[in-house]
Design a protein around this ligand. Structure first.
Ligand code: SAM
Length: 216
């Protein structure tokens, strides 16, 4: 059982205001081996389950969908998708060490080590039916500047489902632009929001917010 205060200290440290992306990736490099133990034991982390559940509910009985799990980390979301019957799921993350742990779960087909940002991913247009992500947006982590790229790799009619700690929408300089950018992409006809749910118990006692978008 992981120590609750240790988990909280690590989560708040790697998401502290002003942390730089390189520091974040360096942090996960050393955290990778204990990340699962920490989250299973002491973080009460429900984000991956919330995202997987929202995608499954939206797809009905369809389980052959090609899914890209972004900022997949050690694969918590992949495990939840697998439990729900999804077998065609790829993982993308900037940390090789986190992806190495994810490989041991046997729930992903392909592994892509890449950085999510304004840069172009080495993925063709309209490749995936669904993009998922939990715990990706935070200080020094993924920002709204990657949303265009997530939309580009999803087929028209496909889904994007993302979850984060709700308070970050107001408290994080890196996350404040998220909802305005989501709204702008809707105004521009790139996607439409199907769901925005705030829920309690996302991680270490914080509320979460889960979004589901349909790509147009
Ligand atoms: C809090 S963990 C979440 C992992 C997993 N989705 C989960 O729910 O357990 C954040 C992950 O985002 C990755 N990450 C952070 N910034 C990134 C970026 N700009 N591009 C790609 N991955 C990034 C980290 O390497 C780490 O694996």
């Amino acid at each position: 059982m992981a120590d609750e205060s240790r988990v909280k200290e690590r989560v708040l440290n790697v998401t502290r205001p002003g942390i730089k992306p390189k520091e974040v990736i360096d942090f996960y490099k050393t955290w990778a081996k204990e990340y699962d133990q920490d989250h299973f034991g002491g973080a009460n982390y429900t984000g991956p389950w919330k995202v997987a559940e929202a995608v499954a509910a939206s797809l009905g009985n369809e389980r052959n969908a090609r899914v890209l799990d972004v900022a997949a980390g050690t694969g918590f979301l992949g495990v939840e998708l697998s439990k729900l019957g999804f077998t065609n799921v790829d993982a993308l993350d900037a940390s090789q060490e986190m992806l190495d742990v994810a490989k041991t779960k046997n729930v992903y087909k392909n592994f892509i080590k890449d950085f999510l940002g304004p840069n172009r991913l080495n993925i063709k247009d309209d490749t995936y039916d669904v993009v998922t992500g939990s715990g990706l947006f935070s200080n020094g982590h993924v920002k709204s500047d990657c949303l265009d790229e997530l939309i580009r790799v999803v087929k028209p009619g496909g889904l994007v489902c993302l979850a984060l700690r709700e308070v970050l929408l107001r408290s994080s300089e890196d996350c404040k632009a998220l909802e305005p950018r989501m709204a702008a992409l809707q105004s521009d006809g790139c996607w439409e929001q199907i769901k925005r749910d705030v829920f309690s118990g996302y991680v270490i006692g914080f509320d979460g917010v889960v979004y589901l978008f349909k790509v147009l």
